[in-house]
Design a protein around this ligand. Structure first.
Ligand SMILES: [Zn+2]
Length: 220
C-alpha cells in the first residue's frame, strides 16, 4: 500500500544528524526491500510480492526526498513528487496488467517464497517504524507514522495471507486478487501524488512573480 506520509517533510528535526542517519537507514531498508520483493516476486512467480514492492519504492522515494530536497524550493519538491508519482503509476499499471495476464496464463506461485519474503517485509517495516517513531513529536507526526506503518503492515500481511491461500488451495487466485487490489491502490496513490504535485507546481509558478505566499499543504 503506497504511503502518503511515512517521512513527511514536516516531521523531525531536519538538522539533527541522528534524524538524518535514521532517514538514511530507512531509505536503505526500503530500497533494498523494493529490489528484494521485485526479484523474489519475479523468481517466485508472485504478483502480490511485486505489488507490495511498490510501497517500498514509494517510501524509499519519500525518504530520499526528505533527505535531498526538504530544504529546497517548493518547485523542486513538487518535481520530485511528480517523478515519484509517475513512477508509481507506471509500475502500478505494469503490475496490474501482468496480474490480469497471469490470472489466465500464469502458473502457481511459490508460496514459501511469498510467505518468507512477506514476513521479512513485515519485520523491515516494523523496524523502520520503531526507529522513526522515536524522533516524532506532536500528534500529527505521530499519527502520520502510525497510519503509514499500519498501511504497510496491512499490505505485508495481505502477502502472507495470499501465500497461505496459495499453499492451502493450490491455486494462484489468492496471489492474483491481492496483487490486483494492491496494484490498483498503488496506481491510485500515484495519480493522487501527481495531481497534488501538479497543483503545487501551479502555485509555485503563480507565486514566482513576487508574492511570497507559502503553500504548506503536505505532498500526499
Ligand atoms: Zn509505506
Amino acid at each position: 500500500m503506497v504511503c502518503s506520509s511515512c517521512a513527511s517533510d514536516s516531521g523531525g528535526p531536519k538538522t539533527d544528524p541522528r534524524w538524518r542517519r535514521a532517514l538514511w537507514i530507512a531509505l536503505a531498508v526500503n530500497a533494498t526491500m523494493f529490489a528484494a520483493e521485485i526479484v523474489a516476486g519475479i523468481a517466485g512467480g508472485s504478483r502480490a510480492l511485486q505489488a507490495d514492492a511498490l510501497d517500498f519504492l514509494g517510501d524509499a522515494a519519500n525518504y530520499a526526498i526528505s533527505l535531498g530536497v526538504a530544504g529546497m524550493a517548493l518547485t523542486w519538491r513538487a518535481r520530485a513528487a511528480m517523478a515519484k508519482g509517475a513512477t508509481l503509476v507506471f509500475l502500478g499499471a505494469y503490475v496490474l496488467l501482468s496480474s490480469l495476464w497471469a490470472a489466465w496464463h500464469g502458473s502457481l506461485p511459490h508460496a514459501e517464497i511469498m510467505g518468507g519474503v512477506g514476513i521479512v517485509a513485515l519485520a523491515a517495516n516494523g523496524m523502520v517504524a520503531l526507529m522513526l517513531f522515536r524522533f516524532r513529536s506532536g500528534d500529527a507526526n505521530m499519527r502520520s507514522v502510525w497510519i503509514c506503518s499500519r498501511n504497510d503492515t496491512i499490505g505485508n500481511l495481505a502477502v502472507v495471507l495470499a501465500a497461505l491461500g496459495v499453499f492451502g488451495t493450490r491455486s494462484h487466485w489468492p496471489d492474483i486478487v491481492v496483487a490486483i487490489v494492491m496494484a490498483t491502490l498503488g496506481l491510485w496513490g500515484g495519480t493522487q501524488i501527481m495531481r497534488q504535485a501538479h497543483r503545487e507546481l501551479d502555485v509555485s509558478a503563480a507565486s514566482a512573480d513576487g508574492s511570497h505566499r507559502r503553500y504548506s499543504r503536505p505532498v500526499v
